[in-house]
Design a protein. Structure first.
Lengths: 163, 563
């Protein structure tokens, strides 16, 4: 089982994951890109929040202007070594101006959560035994950063300039 | 016991120094990795999960033990740092280290439990192992003559340091499809193998006389070698990190991930074509540039550059090298290069005396070299991608004393750039990936050509040996390249001719079926004899090969084998 971590705390997940061939549940649903593309009109016509789950080879640009219809975009790590979603998240936050939830799902490590946070992820699907304290620690192991990213954190260069 | 050099006390060279932010960054990174090691030892992390984490910190699991690869950013070391490396090799390893083609130092017999302690010791002298392996941006390399040669437009190390900082734990690029190597050069004569890198920056001057950066990408060795394509002929100074990030982003998004052998950037660029790659990069570049967060302010460039200010060169020194016998004269011929300041020279210490393991140095040898650095080279040494060391700023009048001391160390071989100055990967003696041994082949060839007159007669000839197709020994770029392969449990060695990693970069051509370990040195000798017979005045081996082609070399190489 897994649970949802959002804004530094555990939260109820309002979204129901819908398999491509299953009937849609009431309320917010999370669908694959393929299903969204197939049932776009019907899904957008539902008067409820919508989420899409992108596999690591699915470029969020393919959503086009529809990106702003989503309350949730889940980026999948098929295996933790596949780092494409780090760039997808940043693209969502910058080029596409996406303001909704970006959720990390799939096979990722505690050790990657800080990087995910930096590039724009703000929600994580974590195992049941994962704790809020672990999350807080993952984000604070490294205090300062050398690069600007989607988190807007001041870089070491900026900190130096303000000494 | 080696006699100590006349002591001058540690000299602090002009090189980048950590400020409080760098100190905190590296020490937090050490503790973060110590936590990862503890989780591995407790079983909380599986080996599969631990592997990319340890690789990102330079820790390999090899045939016999863990190997730790210590970053030597752009090959620059202070005497204090070299003494620390000697101490670490003595305390935690078997009393020697191996300088690599990435200008790093490898320790081959490390215990996992000792790694956090080693990292803390390294942090004490402003060193680390961050990103010396793994699928991330690797330790950045540079011309070993940086700041000393009169050929360069400017010292490439400030930019290399800026790249080091930008690439350290870059959140977007720590889980790339494959490793990513960057090199920086600033001279028309390329000593940093720029065109064989995933990405390379050459400091150039444009038609208006403005200094900026030429960026190349998609070069590489490995099983499918490529020469890099030019991505941009001229990137403005302030935009360089913007441009590098744009290239990395395209690579991270668009590279294949389904076949480990086809995941380097060279494969992407050659699949979509350099034109399309430039188009994609330019799109990211324009967007990142418009965001305005990655530009490099001139005052930041100036601030970093100030760390690398040239040392105060003495004036009024004699610009002639003293006479000190025939051995010394031979050494001067090959191992001394022109320095930009009158009365000074650049001295290459080849770690290649015939019979030695290329690139290896014992703790005692490192300590004495550190003394030489303090006494004669403003406390500084460089590691070269050809697995040698360089004293960058030595007075010509001190060369005889330095040479005498190097002789005691057995590091005075007058062979820089000659046939016995061989690059060799660790090969099957250490490496998990290797198919064949490299070190004994290098030793056999070096012994065969031990006669100094003969070496000098042959002139510049770069032999590079890899123990497997991954090409860590740069065999594709050797004037004579040797690749070890495994055929049904027997080691064979293929010859390649005509490669070069310099500004005239080329990929060597494979000659044909491999030779046994007993045949290969003889085959090399017959190839060299063809060159001697065929060469025109002033031609290097490479030039003759390029002029006459493979045929005669091939016929000679297989002559005796067939008989």
């Amino acid at each position: 089982m897994s649970k949802l971590l959002k804004s530094g705390a555990f939260a109820a997940d309002p979204f129901t994951a819908a398999a491509d061939d299953a009937a849609l549940a009431e309320g917010p649903v999370l669908v694959s890109l393929a299903r969204f593309q197939k049932e776009r009109e019907g899904l957008l016509a539902r008067n409820t929040a919508l989420g899409v789950r992108l596999q690591s080879h699915e470029n969020p640009e393919s959503l086009g202007a529809d990106v702003h219809h989503f309350a949730l975009i889940a980026l999948e790590f098929p295996k933790f070594r596949d780092g494409r979603a780090f760039s997808w998240a940043r693209m969502l936050r910058t080029r596409l101006g996406y303001k909704g939830e970006i959720r990390a799902v799939g096979d990722f490590l505690y050790d990657q959560m800080n990087y995910q946070h930096r590039v724009g992820f703000d929600a994580w699907e974590v195992p049941d035994n994962f704790t809020v304290e672990q999350f807080a620690r993952a984000l604070t192991e490294m205090t300062d950063v050398y690069q600007p990213a989607a988190d807007g954190k001041k870089t070491i260069r900026e900190l130096r300039a303000n000494r | 016991m080696l006699n100590p050099v006349m002591k001058s006390g540690p000299v602090e060279p002009n090189m980048y120094r950590y400020d409080e932010f760098d100190v905190k960054f590296v020490s937090e990174r050490v503790e973060q990795f110590a936590g990862q090691v503890a989780r591995r030892l407790s079983g909380a992390l599986t080996e599969d999960q631990f592997k990319p984490l340890r690789l990102m910190n330079g820790l390999y699991l090899q045939l016999h033990a863990y190997m730790l690869r210590i970053a030597v950013p752009y090959g620059t070391l202070s005497s204090k740092q070299l003494r620390k490396l000697a101490h670490i090799a003595r305390t935690y390893d078997k009393n020697f280290g191996h300088f690599t083609t990435r200008q790093n130092l490898q320790l081959n017999w490390i215990k996992l439990v000792d790694v956090p302690a080693i990292l803390r010791e390294l942090a004490d002298v402003e060193m680390h192992c961050i990103q010396t392996s793994g699928n991330c941006i690797r330790n950045v390399t540079a011309d070993q003559f940086a700041g000393a040669t009169d050929e360069e437009i400017e010292d490439p190390r400030p930019l290399a340091e800026i790249i080091r900082q930008w690439s350290s734990l870059h959140p977007e690029f720590v889980f790339l499809a494959r490793k990513f190597k960057i090199a920086v050069g600033a001279a028309p004569h390329d000593r940093a193998a720029l065109q064989f890198h995933d990405m390379a920056v050459e400091i150039v001057r444009n038609a208006q006389g403005r200094v900026g950066y030429k960026v190349m990408a998609g070069g590489g060795m490995g099983r499918i070698p490529y020469i890099a394509h030019v991505m941009s002929e001229f990137v403005e100074r302030e935009d360089i990190l913007v441009y590098l990030e744009a290239v990395l982003r395209v690579y991270n998004q668009d590279s294949r991930r389904d076949n480990i052998h086809k995941q380097r950037i060279k494969i992407l660029i050659n699949a979509i074509g350099p034109e399309e790659m430039r188009r994609r990069v330019d799109r990211e570049f324009q967007e990142l540039k418009a965001m305005g967060t990655l530009q490099l302010p001139q005052d930041e460039l100036d601030r970093i550059t100030a760390y690398f200010a040239p040392p105060k060169f003495e004036s009024g020194l004699s610009d002639t090298i003293p006479e000190a016998g025939a051995d010394f004269a031979n050494w001067v011929k090959t191992n001394i290069s022109k320095h930009k300041a009158p009365g000074y020279a650049i001295a290459t210490i080849t770690l290649k005396t015939p019979g030695q393991v290329p690139g290896d140095a014992t703790s005692e040898q490192m300590d004495v070299i550190a003394d030489l650095m303090d006494a004669f080279s403003v406390g500084e040494v460089r590691v070269t991608h050809e697995q040698n060391l360089v004293l960058p700023h030595v007075r010509k009048k001190d060369l005889p004393v330095i040479f005498a001391k190097l002789k005691e160390l057995d590091f005075a071989a007058p062979n820089a750039g000659l046939i016995t100055d061989i690059i060799a990967c660790p090969g099957l003696d250490y490496c998990d990936l290797a198919n064949a041994r490299s070190i004994p082949i290098a030793q056999n060839i070096a012994r065969k050509f031990e006669n100094l007159d003969r070496q000098h007669q042959i002139g510049e000839l770069k032999i590079k040996i890899s123990g497997c197709i991954n090409a860590c020994g740069h065999h594709h770029a050797g004037h004579i390249g040797i690749l070890g392969v495994d055929k049904k449990g027997v080691e064979f060695y293929q010859l390649q001719l005509g490669g070069s990693s310099a500004e005239d970069a080329s990929i060597g051509e494979i000659m044909g079926p491999g030779f046994t370990e007993h045949e290969i040195a003889g085959a090399v000798e017959r190839v060299v004899n063809v060159y001697i017979a065929e060469r025109k005045s002033g031609e290097r081996f490479l030039d003759t090969y390029r002029r006459i082609g493979m045929e005669k070399f091939k016929a000679a190489a297989y002559e005796t084998v067939a008989a």
